[in-house]
Write a protein that binds this ligand. Structure first.
Ligand SMILES: Cc1cc2nc3c(=O)[nH]c(=O)nc-3n(C[C@H](O)[C@H](O)[C@H](O)COP(=O)(O)OP(=O)(O)OC[C@H]3O[C@@H](n4cnc5c(N)ncnc54)[C@H](O)[C@@H]3O)c2cc1C
Length: 420
């Protein structure tokens, strides 16, 4: 966005801070979380053009899964066994960190609400948390594992290869046959699959609301929603970050703008690609699925929410050309394919009402791995992005690594932007 002289109301409205984080999705909030944990005295401003989570973070399917965009056997082919295992362990630690830092402390918070939020309660409490207590279910967090399902023998063979490789490396995984898929997942027309035992899922907006409330306990952290950054320039030691309402002066910037990063700096133009994803949601039905599922080489995905609704996304492959860019709308071709998929594979929701359809813009990196680094032309501008449809599985740990980088500590090579 650009703004005119007439629209600029920022004169005299100057906020001084130590670090400015631009982008209020899971990556931006994770960066703020780890930076303030590292040094609580840092004055940090988080600037977001819409509401927090209005980018991909509030539009995803809520899977917190390990690994990357491809089956493990392919990851091993591309990177070798050691690197593939390192990539897997990175996302495993992402989930562990989310549990330790964000989800488990929720049980303590919930004790404060015990009069209105008794043991076993299901619903919405006055603080707006939805779900059951304890164990962080108020943010829809469930650790039931996830499944990859094959509708062809060819894919099932790859999944079995992945299973065997993973077992030898100590990763918890199981094989399922066609019948087990029917009984445990209520899914038909799959020849087999594997279960990643430790994966989880969450209500993504509630997750970032909790991270926000955690960081705002530190009075040095300020969050500015509905402030779009339209320009950044330099004034002495400081960057000047221009929004329509305020200017922010800060020596350091973190860009957590993911898909939108190429709009702020040309460096990202051949490194982070805006890619659209679409989802639909049905009315609720009684619980019937053991856990969230991927299908068709991780391109399509579906899960039943703790409240009974079914969501399904994917089929980007049908409109490869138009699913690139920033246009945030759904298409008939993909939405029809999602409906046909449900009809073919999930008999329990056949004919059920579709209540929501939406799309979101993800940032894909060239090799499918996150990109953490600083701009070659300005090492005081850091960034964290390129999560390639796996931000919930990667961004919290990436925020910790970004903090390591800012404080001059090493980060894993496979997420370092220096690899490009
Ligand atoms: C349909 C769909 C399904 C998905 N399913 C999953 C899933 O199940 N599991 C999973 O792990 N991942 C999933 N993803 C991917 C996941 O949502 C992303 O990887 C993750 O949200 C990226 O987080 P982020 O904070 O980097 O980006 P975003 O959430 O996009 O945050 C970037 C923020 O920057 C803000 N911004 C941009 N430009 C400016 C500016 N100039 N000034 C101020 N603010 C600005 C944007 O408004 C936005 O809020 C899915 C994505 C989509 C679209």
């Amino acid at each position: 966005m650009s703004i005119s002289y007439w629209q600029d109301h920022s004169k005299g409205q100057i906020i001084e801070c130590d670090i400015c984080v631009i982008g209020g999705g899971i990556a931006g909030l994770s960066a703020v979380y780890w930076l303030q944990k590292e040094d609580p005295s840092l004055k940090i401003s988080l600037i977001e053009k819409g509401a927090l989570g209005s980018g991909a973070t509030g539009r995803n399917a809520g899977f917190i899964t390990c690994g990357s965009v491809e089956h493990f056997n392919r990851l091993v082919c591309t990177h070798g066994k050691d690197k593939a295992l390192e990539i897997w362990r990175f996302s495993e630690l992402n989930l562990e960190l989310l549990k330790q830092e964000i989800i488990e402390p929720l049980n303590l918070d919930l004790k404060n609400y015990s009069s209105t939020y008794p043991q076993g309660f299901v619903g919405t409490n006055p603080q707006g948390f939805v779900g059951t207590n304890p164990q962080g279910l108020c943010i829809g967090f469930e650790q039931k594992g996830s499944f990859s399902l094959a509708s062809t023998e060819e894919e099932f063979n790859e999944l079995k290869q992945s299973h065997d490789l993973m077992k030898t490396m100590g990763i918890k995984v199981d094989v399922l046959n066609e019948n087990e898929i029917k009984t445990r997942l209520g899914a038909e027309n799959f020849v087999g699959g594997i279960k990643y035992i430790d994966d989880a899922s969450v209500h993504p907006i509630k997750l970032i609301e909790v991270i926000k409330s955690r960081v705002l306990k530190n009075p040095n952290i300020k969050v500015y929603e509905h402030h779009e950054v339209f320009n950044v320039d330099q004034l002495g030691e400081n960057k000047v970050i221009h929004t329509q309402h305020k200017q922010f002066h800060s020596p350091f910037i973190v860009l957590a703008t993911n898909a939108y990063s190429p709009l702020l700096d040309d460096y990202f133009k051949d490194k982070i690609y805006p890619t659209r994803g679409q989802i639909l949601c049905t009315e609720a039905v009684p619980p019937f699925m053991e856990g969230p599922c991927y299908a068709n080489f991780v391109l399509d995905y579906f899960r039943q929410l703790p409240t009974g609704e079914m969501i399904i996304g994917g089929f980007r492959q049908l409109q490869k050309d138009s699913e690139i860019g920033y246009a945030d709308h759904t298409s008939d071709v993909i939405q029809n394919a999602l409906e046909e998929f449900l009809d073919k594979h999930i008999p329990t929701v056949r004919g059920k009402k579709i209540t929501h359809r939406w799309s979101g813009i993800m940032g894909f990196s060239a090799d499918g791995q996150p990109m953490i680094g600083s701009l070659p032309k300005d090492p005081q501008v850091f960034f964290s992005g390129g999560f390639t449809a796996h931000g919930l599985g990667l961004a919290f740990h990436s925020g910790k690594c970004l903090t390591d980088l800012i404080f001059d500590r090493p980060i894993p090579e496979f997420i370092s932007a220096r690899r490009f």
